[in-house]
Design a binder for this molecule. Structure first.
Ligand code: ADP
Ligand code: MG
Length: 238
């Protein structure tokens, strides 16, 4: 578990400034949802936190460390992608253990962590299958399991439910919320679904054009939007 602070974070791609000086303080164990229209910089912000991209300016702190120069593996952060990003030729067991093997963790510890995560997500019976033999919902659980086995202090989710049908989305939403309570980890969750944002978040950050328009509890954004953009985004059903 750890707090996260973005301080004046800026990201340029070529001549384009995609993230415009973002400040954000996330509390230890908090569930923060990032919402905003397509292209506003949500995925970029997660990639910067994960260390998959380098900031152009500003600082990112996890706990009391500035992580700017740390590799993704050293940041204690795990990311769950919309596309699941599973290795198609590996079994589910191998998909879950692969990252830990690369980190040279002892074999019995890897096995313990994989079994524990598989139990938590009820995917134990699937461990010897390949990804193509799983449903979309099952693949998404494996993707979440792969984050859990790394025992990160911060989980990053990039629209993890957008490839699931409506019923499964509601169910998985509940499961991620329960997981949050159970693990007590800090979670940053990106979605463009305002119902997901309103129901899951401790606090919501509304992004627009690479800026944070407002950051606060769901009810506060709903009742006292800072501007028309936030009012339109949180207020109107989409
Ligand atoms: P969101 O996840 O909110 O839909 P992204 O963070 O993916 O938005 O993208 C924000 C903007 O940054 C978009 O205009 C996108 O085209 C641009 N962008 C993202 N990644 C790159 C990259 N590697 N090179 C150039 N432009 C990028
Ligand atoms: Mg995105």
């Amino acid at each position: 578990m750890a707090s996260l602070a973005l301080e004046g974070v800026v990201k340029d791609f070529g001549a384009l400034r995609i993230i415009q000086s973002v400040d954000l303080e996330v509390r230890d164990g908090e569930f923060v949802v990032l919402v905003g229209p397509s292209g506003c910089g949500k995925s970029t912000l997660l990639r910067l936190i994960a260390g998959l991209d380098k900031v152009t300016g500003g600082a990112i702190r996890i706990g009391d460390r500035n992580v700017a120069d740390l590799t993704p593996a050293k940041r204690g952060v795990a990311m769950v992608f919309q596309s699941y990003a599973l290795y198609p030729h590996m079994t589910i067991m191998k998909n879950l253990s692969f990252g830990l093997e690369n980190l040279k963790k002892p074999k019995d510890e890897i096995e313990r962590r994989v079994i524990e995560a598989a139990r938590m997500l009820e995917i134990e019976p699937l461990l010897h299958r390949k990804p193509r033999e799983l449903s979309g919902g099952q693949r998404q659980r494996v993707a979440i399991g792969r984050a859990i086995v790394r025992d990160p202090s911060i989980f990053l989710f990039d629209e993890p439910l957008s490839n699931l049908d409506a019923a499964l989305r509601v169910q998985t939403r509940g499961e991620i919320s329960r997981l949050h309570k159970r693990l007590g980890a800090t979670m940053i969750y990106v979605t463009h679904d305002q119902i997901e944002a309103m129901t899951m978040a401790d606090r919501i950050a509304v992004l627009n054009g690479g800026r944070v328009e407002q950051f606060g509890p769901p009810l506060e954004l709903f009742e006292r939007p800072a501007n028309k953009f936030v009012a339109g985004f949180i207020g109107s059903p989409r």
